[in-house]
Design a protein around this ligand. Structure first.
Ligand SMILES: C[S@@+](CC[C@H](N)C(=O)[O-])C[C@H]1O[C@@H](n2cnc3c(N)ncnc32)[C@H](O)[C@@H]1O
Length: 201
């Protein structure tokens, strides 16, 4: 995995900073939205790991295109496996109640909901913004591998806990290397904890 050095000078990247401020992920969202002209774009936004919909709501509020679609996937019963100091079942939440008619939530394990979703929804024509916030290696690798065939140049993939070496980072490494996915780094905050990549061809 190689991030070209020259990129770092031109993009938002706070590496190396020894502290983490979770709210700085919003800086990354704002940066990506502006740089990639997402605010008025017609997009398919897919978020894996919704919890109480904090990030999901930010993206819905920020993207103004009436034709955009926002799809959120979660067990809403918490993590299916332990992750670091979090136990299985931590982060359970009620199904979020959000205003508007552009969004849909899919309750259950990704491993149970994603196949049917892909059969019944037409994706791949509009720019996809995929937000990976499921923390776990298994969840992340499952989703990425199943979306691989739909990815096209310009699609954006964000991670929320990227620099955990045996989870999101490892899933990305295995996925990109085994599916031959080419990408560039769009931006990173919190010392690569939150990152955004763009698919290139
Ligand atoms: C860190 S939270 C998401 C946080 C949220 N994006 C936010 O901004 O607050 C991670 C979520 O991923 C969900 N999750 C992890 N693996 C999953 C899986 N295989 N299927 C469904 N949900 C999963 C958990 O239920 C949990 O709610």
């Amino acid at each position: 995995m190689d991030f070209p050095k020259e990129n770092k000078k031109n993009i938002l990247n706070d590496f190396y900073r020894p502290i983490r401020k979770h709210s700085d992920r919003i800086k990354l969202y704002e940066y990506i939205s502006t740089k990639e002209k997402l605010i008025d774009a017609e997009i398919d936004y897919l978020e894996f790991g919704v919890y109480k919909a904090a990030s999901f709501k930010w993206w819905m509020d920020t993207n103004k295109n009436a034709a955009s679609k926002f799809y959120g996937f979660d067990t809403f019963e918490g993590l299916p496996e332990s992750w670091g100091t979090y136990a299985q079942g931590d982060m359970h939440a009620d199904l979020p109640l959000l205003e508007g008619n552009r969004h849909q939530f899919f309750k259950g394990l990704f491993q149970d909901t994603l196949y049917k979703f892909l059969e019944t929804h037409s994706l791949g024509k509009r720019k996809m913004v995929i937000h990976m916030d499921a923390d776990l290696f298994s969840s992340s690798l499952f989703v990425l591998t199943n979306l691989a065939r739909l990815l096209k140049e310009g699609d954006i993939i964000l991670f929320d806990e990227f620099n955990v070496p045996n989870h999101e980072f490892f899933a990305w490494k295995v996925f990109t290397e085994s599916c031959y996915i080419k990408y560039e780094l769009l931006g990173a905050v919190n010392n690569y904890y939150q990152v955004a990549f763009k698919i290139v061809r």
